[in-house]
Structure formats: C-alpha cells, structure tokens
Ligand binder design. Structure first.
Ligand code: PLP
Length: 415
C-alpha cells in the first residue's frame, strides 16, 4: 500500500536518509566546504554530471563535490520546497534578492524586453530600473488591474513587443493587496513566444506562498521567494528560493554556481526546521488576520482596509482571488483616519505588535509603507497605488488574536 502524503506530513522526513548520518532523526548541519571521493573514478563521474558533460544515469544521484555546487542541507531543503509548489526542481539562495537577480540575469540578455507589474518590492524595482538598463535590457511596467488588451496595447505602443523575453509579476501587490491574474499574463507571454523564443512568466510568490497560491499551476514558468518571510517565518534569517521545471532550473543552478550566491548549510538547516511548522504557522496567522481585518473594517478610526478576505463578490478582484488562492493570507493594509501624524501615533503606541519592516514572521509587524518600504517610489505612483500618508501595513503573527486586537484598539485610541 502506498499513499501520496500531503506536504506538511513530509516536512520532517522527506529526502533525508538517517542511515547515512549515524541514524540521527534530524538532518545534521553539514558544515563542510568539500566532500571526500571514495575513488578518483567517482570524482570524475560526479564532475561529468555536475558540468553537464553527460546526463545522469537512471538511479544515479548527483554526488557531493563542494558546497558551492551542492550540500545535503540545501539539497534536502530544495526537495522539500518542491512539494508545496509541485515543482520539478528548486534552488535556494542566501537572500530573496539573490534568487530574483540570478533569474533576471540568467534569462535576460542585452536587447531583451522585460515587462513587469507595478509596484514591485523595492529591491527588485531598483535592480530593474538601475541595473538591467545598464546592461542593455529594456523594461516596461504595467499596473495591477489593467486588462489583457490594455497590456498588449502597452507592448505594441512601446514598439519593442517582439523583444519581449520575460514577464515578471508580484501578486498580491505589496502593500495594497491588488491582484494580478497570472493566467492572463501567461496568455500575453504565449502571444509573443515564437519557435525559438519562449517568453517566460516569473512570479514573486513571497506574499502568499508556498501555502495559499501556487503560480506554476496558473501558467508561471518560475516562482521566486524571499524565504526570509513565511518560509523562514521567525525573523531570524535572510534567504531565497527559485522553483520551476528541470530545464530552466538547470540554468538557474549553473549561474548560482558561478555567482556563488547559494545559501550556506546553516541557513539550509534553519529553513528545514522552519518548514516543519510552515502550515500550522501560516494557518494560525491567517485565522488571526481574518479576525483582525473584520475588526478593523468596522472601527471608526479606520477609513479603508485592504485584505483579500474582504473582497466583494461580483468584482474582478474577487474572481481572481477565488481562482488563484486557497486562502486570504495574513497581510493586511489599512488607512487610519487622518494623515502621517495619525499613522505615526498609531505605530508609536503599539506594544505587542512590533514596528518593523519585513513580514510573514511569527510576531506581528507593522510599518508605514509610504516612508519606509516604499520610500523609493515616486510621488505620482504612490498616489495611483493609494499608498497614502495614512496607510499602515500589518503582517499578522501567531499571537492570540484577542491580544493583537487589544493592542490595535489601545493604539487607535491614542489618535
Ligand atoms: C523581502 C522581499 C524580497 C527580498 O527578499 P530578501 O530576502 O530581503 O532579499 C523580495 N520580494 C518580496 C515580495 C519581499 O517581500
């Protein structure tokens, strides 16, 4: 008898063989730079596969060579991450930014066009606007909410549509939770793909993954994560990951080998530990967020709440939400009545909730996007995105939700 277990059932054991580690129930930290070959022939065989000189034989495992190429703490972690997104392969990095920039550098060459959704995470936005143009990659932004025809028109008007090589999406958009229909952008990618050029769709799934949104199922070719957020989940680590099919991941892993921006064994081990509680953490965070969003929604010092669970039936956003997500997540943003001063009064008076950027952690975090995470975005754009003086972003943690609501209430009272 065999049964296909759920990812959460496999996070404690998948891909690890205790007999190779003195029977230890947990995967040890393989804090080693290099690995001993039994014989020279073995070393030769490992390198042949690692350098793509020949295909792996059936049942042959890639031998361990050197920790910039592979290490058990990374490989087992990568195998486990694949289960959530049902991806063929995964590659982990020392930060979300190194995962993202490695993908952009591998697949975009001088003369190519990148179409991206806006707003993006600040670091990604900076790389796209400052680094990519310096190597001759052209970039073009579209906004969440634009229809497929509008996006195609935008491409046609740019007169560079035939150069399109990648569409890069962040959904839900940070911090407003605006949604982008991944399948719709896949349609755009297909329209501009030719026999010798596949237009790739890459999705930053940091906000909703790997539990509530699985972009590969909706047509994405690559999924990227800041594993610093929900995957790590404890505000104690910086890491990133990329997932996709074998062919694309072979290219990502090769560039990672030569940039040398892979995660270290200690990071890999910590992330494996985090994955064991990923689902219980995220589900508790979501339960709390649902309570908090509905509380905020009726509070007279709160003007507007952006939360997926509050989307109204019959709207386009609601349709995308239902199609693309299995939950409403744990990220909320809301406008307090007033402006920057009122928003700061709220932030300065919190006691349980911490005033910090980042998200997805066990503790609740609040920040002011306009002057903090989105300080680099230009004024007009901030306005279009409704990133106002009074907007607060809240990442809901695993605390007792009544305590979080108590903290929010007493802090709103100070306004
Ligand atoms: C934090 C974050 C990143 C960057 O990840 P780091 O781990 O900080 O390098 C990228 N995208 C999103 C959506 C993020 O929240």
């Amino acid at each position: 008898m065999s049964k296909k277990f759920s990812p959460e059932s496999l996070m404690m054991s998948y891909g690890y063989k205790p007999e190779l580690s003195e029977g230890a129930i947990k995967c040890p930290i393989f804090q080693t730079s290099t690995f001993v070959f039994n014989r020279a022939e073995e070393g030769k065989a490992f390198f042949e596969v690692a350098y793509g000189k020949r295909e792996k034989l059936a049942n042959e495992e890639l031998g361990l060579i050197y920790s910039r190429l592979n290490n058990p703490d990374l490989e087992i972690l990568e195998n486990r991450l694949c289960l959530w997104d049902e991806a063929e392969d995964c590659s982990v990095f020392e930060s979300g930014m190194s995962a993202i920039t490695t993908v952009l550098m591998e697949f975009l060459k001088p003369g190519d066009l990148l179409l991206y959704s806006s707003p993006l995470y600040g670091g990604t936005d900076h790389f796209i606007h400052h680094f990519l143009p310096s190597i001759g990659v052209e970039v073009l932004g579209f906004k969440a909410g634009q229809e497929q025809e509008e996006i195609i028109q935008l491409l046609e008007n740019s007169s560079k549509a035939d150069k399109l090589k990648m569409i890069y999406i962040e959904t839900p958009a940070n911090p407003t939770n605006d949604l982008i229909d991944i399948a719709c952008l896949k349609g755009v990618a297909d329209k501009y793909s030719t026999e010798d050029k596949q237009v790739l769709v890459t999705v930053d799934n940091t906000y909703m993954g790997p539990l509530w949104q699985h972009p590969l199922k909706h047509g994405a070719d690559l999924v990227v994560y800041s594993a610093t957020k929900y995957i790590g989940g404890h505000s104690d680590i910086i890491a990133g990951a990329v997932l996709g099919c074998k062919e694309l991941m072979a290219r990502v892993k090769t560039l990672r080998t030569f940039l040398g921006n892979m995660a270290g064994p200690w990071t890999g081990w910590l992330l494996m530990r985090s994955l064991e509680t990923l689902k219980v953490r995220m589900e508790q965070q979501q339960k709390n967020a649902i309570e908090i969003a509905s509380f905020l929604n009726t509070h007279d010092k709160v003007k507007k709440v952006n939360y997926l669970g509050l989307l109204k039936e019959g709207t386009k956003a609601y349709d995308i939400y239902k199609k693309q997500h299995s939950g409403s997540g744990a990220m909320i943003s809301f406008q307090v009545v007033g402006g920057e001063q009122e928003a700061f009064t709220f932030l300065n008076n919190l006691s349980l909730i911490k005033l910090a950027v980042s998200l997805g952690s066990t503790e609740s975090l609040a920040q002011h996007p306009k002057t903090m995470t989105h300080a680099g975005v230009d004024e007009q754009h901030l306005e279009e995105m409704e990133i106002t003086d009074s907007l607060i972003r809240l990442s809901v943690g695993v605390e007792n939700y009544e305590d979080i609501i108590w903290d929010i209430t007493q802090s709103l009272d100070k306004i």
